[in-house]
Design a protein around this ligand. Sequence first.
Ligand SMILES: [Zn+2]
Length: 239
Amino acid sequence: MKEGEPKLGIEKEEQPEKEKELTPEKIKDFQFYIDQVGHLIEVGEYDQAIDALSNKSKLETVGWKFEENSLGFTKNITKADVRQFCEYIGPRSWCDGLLKRIEVVRPYPVNKDIKIPQELKHEVSLLYIEEWLHVLQGLKGEPLTEMADKIAQKIAKKIAKKVAKEVQEDPKSKWTYSQAYSQQYSREYHGKKDEIDVTFYMYQLGIPLTDRFLDYYNRREALEILEKLEHEKHKKHKK
Ligand SMILES: [Zn+2]
């Protein structure tokens, strides 16, 4: 209820239909919120960023649910352990488009002597914002960045060609080159396009991306292609 509205002494169980309706303004506002969180990550305010990305009511404005699981740490985590923890947390953090639900894992120290290293907080903030960006992709129904789709196609083609060649050379294979190519292409393209799009969006926001993050879904390669294209475009403009 807004301030200044008369209190009627009754509570509506359901939100009025109008408030539940997904409007372009709500999507714009949601995107602006994510962009601001991106800035927090950029300047290393990881705790604030993770808190902002645990904001259930913000996600509810666009009809999504948020679920956070916690992982308690009983001993100090060293820099070297960070990747191992991310490999645990990462696969347990996802965005379920069908159920409109985000699920993420948040590490916390079980007592005050234990410290969570900044490196792990950085990784966790990337995992969280990644899921929020997948929500934004779903709301918009189109890629968030211009080049992601094209570059995902390029990478998928390259991988599919390699796989199809291996299939062709295998005497035991019943597949033709083109069967293997089209199956592999579709798998690679659909598995990576949204992930590459999210990567480009984060990169354009100025969020520092970690090695672990770039190790998945050919993100590093995609970013290298993007940077090369941007460099060429820049050179052309200068001429
Ligand atoms: Zn993802």
